[in-house]
Design a protein around this ligand. Structure first.
Ligand code: PEP
Length: 223
């Protein structure tokens, strides 16, 4: 099984999000093999839109066998935390949540301690956290079952890290034996297959190339 995660970041209005799913559905309908692989869970696809799009996209994702994820979650439970979205509120719509993305660490000063709390809260609501790490120094919480290695220099720059280097870094991370290991950083339709061919790389976290349904579909076709 390969896990392919789309991170839309702060992009797409509700109209654009709906159109993205409609276009992806049209493309998948031309390729029953890939659609079947998604529905049978040989390829697990997770789309992480901005929070407000979740209820709108949930009914469009489900029939395709696509799961939704959040891009972040509060490190607090439900309560008086203005502007925060706790796990409870998204639990019906999201099976996954991205935690500790390097942009959140750098721009919003998230610490390993915050990330540890988020992982615990997500798991309490049966949401799978996808923990992003930038290097060997970022702490991987003990119960993290999906870890995405995203070297900062590779994110959004076109400077993707070679798969052999990614696999070498994996060896240095303190991953549990069962954890799924993803790579993220300038993955595109041209280079995706070089990662997916590696048994040690369980999937991909994709930013820019996930915004265009055709590029994303092309990556799914490689999985
Ligand atoms: C990301 O930000 O998680 C990411 C991998 O972005 P990009 O694919 O654009 O490098």
């Amino acid at each position: 099984m390969k896990l392919i995660v789309a991170n839309w970041k702060s992009h797409k209005t509700d109209k654009e999000g709906v159109e993205w799913f409609q276009e992806l559905e049209t493309l998948l309908n031309t390729n029953p093999i890939t659609l079947e692989k998604i529905r049978e869970n040989q390829i697990r696809v997770v789309v992480c839109p901005p929070f407000p799009l979740l209820p709108l996209l949930h009914p469009l994702a489900q029939p395709l066998g696509i799961f939704l994820g959040a891009q972040n979650i509060s490190s607090h439970e439900e309560g008086s935390f203005t502007g925060e979205v706790p796990t409870l509120i998204i639990a019906d719509m999201c099976q996954y949540v991205i935690v500790g993305h390097s942009e959140r660490r750098a721009l919003f000063h998230e610490t390993d301690a915050d990330i540890g709390k988020k992982v615990t809260l997500a798991l309490e609501q049966r949401i799978e956290p996808i923990v992003c790490v930038r290097n060997e120094e970022d702490i991987i919480p003990p119960h993290a079952s999906i870890v995405a290695y995203e070297p900062v220099a590779a994110i959004g720059t076109g400077n993707n890290m070679r798969p052999e280097e990614v696999v070498a870094v994996k060896e240095t991370l303190l991953l549990s034996q069962k954890a799924l290991f993803l790579y993220g950083g300038s993955v595109d339709p041209e280079n995706a297959s070089s990662y997916l061919a590696h048994q040690q790389i369980d999937g991909l976290l994709i930013g820019s190339a996930s915004l265009d349904p055709y590029q994303f579909y092309t990556i799914l076709r490689e999985a």
